[in-house]
Every structure is written in structure tokens, then in C-alpha cells.
Design a protein around this ligand. Structure first.
Ligand SMILES: [Zn+2]
Ligand SMILES: [Zn+2]
Length: 227
């Protein structure tokens, strides 16, 4: 469908600049903040959105613009803290996508932040030299190429991982806070593992949740506009 192009015509760089011009007098509180509408590429309710925009102060950002900003923030945190991008993404999600809050908390007490968020520096389970490992969920024994672990090292078979991820992703955006299935373990499971082990559908869903969380968390701060 090509209505996407039509909708975006009036919302190019020029309008973005306006919204980011940094008018500090603007009240971005919940009540006054402009509604924000995220356009799905596959959404069919474009007519409704156009109509609503005439009634309310909608800000429409292109999906690509949002992705770019999110990627840029992840790159910044990853570079400044010298951590992998997937870890930077987990941190940002936990700190509501505020780069400055991540930096502040990290440099104040890195250990505490790592613990809270579940970013382990080293595995809690010794690496086994065995050729096969038991999955901690189904208790079957599998060759190592069918076993995966988060940073903690707790072994689960790929089929159990996939089912675990599927249940979590079906349950909604809480999947963005996914942890190791071992109940005693808080190791974070980020997009890197999702992309390795989840079904294609679930990878897409997860990525969408991630993007929406970015939009939601930034909405009050960055996306408000004057009426
Ligand atoms: Zn299993
Ligand atoms: Zn674990």
C-alpha cells in the first residue's frame, strides 16, 4: 500500500526540527503532551490517523527516523561504556531510554547497575567440558550445539529457549525485561539471543516492542509539541 508516503509528506525533516528545537517553556506533562502516533508500515487505519491528526496535535515521525535515533542512542552508550550493543540496549531499556541516566547510574556504581539490570561480567556456572549438557527445563541431554546459555552459563536446549521466548513475547512488552529461565538467576536475555533463538515472527514482534518502548519512554520528554 502506498498511503504511507502520502502520510509522511508533511512530516519531513522540517517539522522534526520544529519539534526538537528545544523550547524549554513547553509543558511536556502527561495532560498537555501532544498525542503521538506511530505509523506501522502494515497498518490499515491510515484514514483514521489522518483524520485524528486534523483534530489533535499529532506528531508523525517516520519509522526510519525513530529507528535511527534509537540506534544512535545505543551506539552512544555502547561506545561510552565500552560494552556490547545488546547490553547497551538492555541498559537503555531499563533506564527508559535516557542516555544521560544510564551514564550517570553506571559511573556512580557500575556493579550495582550490572546487578540490577542483569548484565553479568562473567558466568556464574563453570563452563563444562562435557560433550553433552542437560537442559535445565526439559532435563534432556543434548550436544553442545543444541544448547545455549545467557551470560550466566545456565544451559538450556534451543527448543526450550525458543518456547520460553515465545511465551514471554506472546505475553507482551514485558519480554523486553527477559531474564534467564533459571529461577535463581537474574541474567538479562537481550535481543542478541532473541535473534539467535526465537522464531522469525517473534524476532519481529520483539523488535517492534523494543521500538515502541523507545517511543513511549521518549514521548513525554522529546515528542511534545506546542498547541
Ligand atoms: Zn530443553
Ligand atoms: Zn542464568
Amino acid at each position: 500500500m502506498d498511503s504511507e508516503d502520502d502520510m509522511h509528506d508533511a512530516n519531513d525533516a522540517e517539522s522534526l526540527e520544529d519539534y526538537y528545537s528545544g523550547d524549554t517553556g513547553v509543558d511536556y506533562s502527561d495532560d498537555d503532551a501532544a498525542d503521538y502516533e506511530f505509523i506501522d508500515n502494515d497498518s490499515d487505519d491510515s484514514d483514521d490517523i489522518v483524520t485524528s491528526r486534523q483534530q489533535k496535535n499529532y506528531v508523525v515521525l517516520k519509522e526510519a527516523d525513530i529507528c535511527q535515533r534509537q540506534e544512535d542512542d545505543i551506539t552512544t552508550v555502547s561506545t561510552v561504556l565500552s560494552i556490547p550493543r545488546v547490553d547497551a540496549c538492555i541498559l537503555l531499556r531499563q533506564y527508559h531510554w535516557s542516555v544521560s541516566n544510564v551514564h550517570e547510574a553506571w559511573f556512580a556504581d557500575e556493579d550495582r547497575v550490572r546487578k540490577t539490570v542483569g548484565l553479568l561480567e562473567r558466568p556464574v556456572v563453570q563452563f563444562s567440558k562435557a560433550k553433552e549438557l542437560n537442559c535445565g527445563i526439559c532435563f534432556e541431554s543434548y550436544p553442545l550445539d543444541r544448547i545455549s546459555t545467557a551470560a550466566c552459563g545456565h544451559p538450556f536446549c534451543n527448543a526450550c529457549w525458543r518456547a520460553y521466548m515465545s511465551t514471554s513475547i506472546d505475553g507482551g512488552p514485558g519480554c523486553l525485561m527477559l531474564r534467564c529461565p533459571d529461577p535463581s538467576c537474574g541474567a538479562a536475555v537481550g535481543q542478541g539471543m532473541i535473534n539467535l533463538l526465537a522464531s522469525d515472527d517473534n524476532k519481529v514482534k520483539y523488535a517492534r516492542y523494543l521500538q515502541r518502548s523507545y517511543i513511549e519512554d521518549n514521548r513525554k520528554v522529546n515528542y511534545g509539541i506546542r498547541s
